[in-house]
Design a protein around this ligand. Structure first.
Ligand code: OXD
Ligand code: MN
Length: 593
């Protein structure tokens, strides 16, 4: 047996000796294995079958009510030196973390099955992909990992060939929030997660591996592991531009990745291709462009708000062979959440629906589905070389200040835009919702090392020969004085993507402001929208006085990463602040001038 498989077997045996499971099952990823797991979970109540006429192959899982989201305060990066984890992470000394986890894992699988899940993040034959093995005692995790990763025999063969893999150990434990930790050991390429069955805490290939650990690997090896969707936009001329976009959790990445062009655009021949909705691994190709893969094979999407209006492609995707978590059900046993027609009969906790108990579906209820079920799934998602990226987009929920779209003048300015990103918090993590927090590159909960070093890593891609993507910032969430969203969003976001493509192709001139280039009047195609002129000028308005304050706030925020804050980024913040300070005050937006 090859030595990598021996090392794997040794680790499995050592883990079994500590956790003392009743049996060990090596997952092969087959249909038969999945069918047997489902049978077992139906019998145990872990899964509930949904209406087989309307939703064939669909199941509901109800999690413990105290285990419904990522737990950032219990998530640690355990580097030998605290400063390497940075102020952006909770840190624990690796020895202390191991001692704590060893005690928790001691005997925790008694009476349970230990599952060994070999998986590959990314197309199985891509040089960009990386493998891992998750050990878990949760059949729900196995079923989800099968959808979200390339899991089983082919991954094991790649591990045998490559000799290295990320080790993830997970147990649902007693689901006690007081005995719950998600630990990352980047130097050991290992993850240990105890006490939660929730996706982001328990499907270790996703946030733990593909972002926190991969961000380390990426820094060492010269690539980027990012919290980004990847979407292909095919123009009527037949060219496809791939765009990677970073928005914080539950800010519409899945919707943008699957958008349906407005009617007029469809008639003209615009098409949208979905490569990924959450994670993007990118590295420079020989031609100097950045090439990206989606390391995941499925979508773990937020269900509430997914509707015929916001994301019809997602609705089609999840009409069969989908696992729903914490949704409500209708009287005829269909999955239901706020935003869908019809009525809930039973809420996410299995109680008869009563509005007094809050929403019927948990706000962070999810669906797990194979990406291939999406009508706009792109075959390029399996391309070993990845797709070339034309534009990188940053964005968040900002009710004011940030215009609908602006372009950075160069890479360094774009990195500043990403580093300065902020957004209102959502239900994807525990804690208060609707509070503005800085979330550089949408990686605040996921960057596995010091943000100062991360910004320096981003800046390092700007080197001779590089043909880097243009960088933009968008804000679909700006509100008018009446508190209502000014921009319709969803499919109409294509109008903004079209402007980006025109900028990339050198056809739109744009209007430069100190904080970025916004569309000139007439450059955004708005026909058929019925948007009042005041709304569009409000959407593109740059309030320079307010921006001066924002630049001060950004400067103060970036100082938190001193002394590791790259000098070039600090200089860039000064450059923009100075440009704002030295301008005669503009009365209205450049776009409406
Ligand atoms: C996710 C998240 O699940 O970002 O994708 O929380
Ligand atoms: Mn995410």
């Amino acid at each position: 047996m090859a030595s990598s498989l021996q090392a794997l077997e040794r680790w499995v045996n050592d883990t079994a000796a500590r956790t003392r499971p009743a049996r060990i099952h090596w997952c092969d990823g087959s249909e038969a294995e999945y069918a047997a797991l489902v049978e077992q979970m139906l019998a145990s109540g872990d899964l509930i079958a949904l209406n087989p006429q309307t939703h064939p192959g669909c199941y509901l899982h109800r999690s413990s009510p105290s285990d419904v989201a990522r737990v950032e305060h219990l998530t640690f990066v355990c580097t030998p030196k605290r400063e390497d984890a940075g102020p952006n992470n909770h840190w624990m000394d690796p020895a202390e973390a191991h001692a704590k986890m060893d005690a928790l894992f001691d005997g925790c699988m008694e009476g349970r099955t230990l599952y060994v899940i070999p998986y590959c993040m990314g197309p199985i034959d891509s040089p960009l992909s990386r493998c891992g093995v998750e050990i878990t005692d949760s059949p729900y995790v196995v079923a989800n990992m099968r959808t979200m990763t390339r899991m089983g025999a082919s991954a094991l063969a790649r591990i045998e060939r490559e000799g290295s893999f990320v080790k993830g150990l997970h147990s649902t434990g007693e689901l006690d929030p007081e005995r719950r930790f998600i630990m990352h050991f980047p130097e050991e390429l290992s993850i240990q997660s105890y006490g939660s069955g929730y996706g982001g805490n328990a499907l270790l290939g996703k946030k733990c591996h593909a972002l926190r650990i991969a961000s380390h690997q990426a820094r060492r090896e010269g690539w980027l592991a990012e919290h980004m969707l990847i979407v292909g936009i095919e123009t009527p001329a037949g060219d496809t531009h791939y765009i990677a976009a970073a928005f914080p959790s539950a800010c519409g990445k899945t919707n943008l990745a699957m958008l349906i062009p407005p009617e007029g655009y469809r008639r003209e021949g615009w098409k949208v291709w979905t490569v990924g909705d959450d994670i993007c691994w990118m590295r420079p190709g020989e031609d100097g462009r950045l090439y990206a893969i989606n390391p995941e094979a499925g979508f773990f999407g937020v269900a509430p708000g997914t509707s015929a209006n916001s994301n019809p492609n997602a609705l089609v995707s999840i009409a069969r062979d989908t696992i729903f978590t914490n949704v409500a059900v209708t009287a005829d046993n269909q999955p239901w959440w706020e935003g869908l027609p019809g009525e809930p009969a039973t809420d996410w906790q299995g109680r008869p629906y009563d509005p007094a108990n809050g929403p019927a579906a948990h706000p962070n209820a999810r669906f797990t589905v194979s990406a291939r079920q999406c009508p706009t799934w792109s075959e390029k998602a399996e391309d070993a070389q990845g797709v070339p990226i034309s534009a990188i987009v940053f964005g968040g929920r900002r009710p004011s200040l940030l215009p609908l779209v602006m372009q950075a003048r160069d890479w360094t300015h774009g990195v500043l835009m990403g580093a300065a990103m902020g957004s209102e918090t959502t239900a994807a993590a525990t804690g208060a919702v609707g509070v503005l927090r800085r979330d550089p590159m949408a990686m605040k909960p996921f960057c596995g090392y010091h943000y100062g070093d991360y910004f320096a890593h981003w800046l390092s891609f700007d080197r001779p020969g590089a043909k880097l993507p243009a960088i933009f910032h968008v804000n679909w969430f700006r509100k008018g004085e009446d508190g209502r969203f000014l921009w319709p969003g969803f499919g109409d976001n294509l109008r903004v993507l079209e402007w980006m493509i025109e900028r990339v192709e050198g056809r739109a001139r744009g209007s430069a402001t100190p904080v970025g280039t916004v569309p000139q009047a007439g450059e955004l195609r708005l026909e058929g929208l019925g948007l009042p002129a005041s709304a569009i000028s409000e959407l593109l308005h740059i309030d320079e006085a307010a921006w001066q304050q924002e630049l001060e706030a950004i400067g103060a925020y970036l100082e938190e990463f001193s002394p590791r804050l790259p000098e070039a980024l600090a200089r860039e913040q000064h450059r923009v602040a100075d440009a704002l300070a030295s301008r005669p005050r503009m009365s209205r937006s450049a776009a409406s001038a």
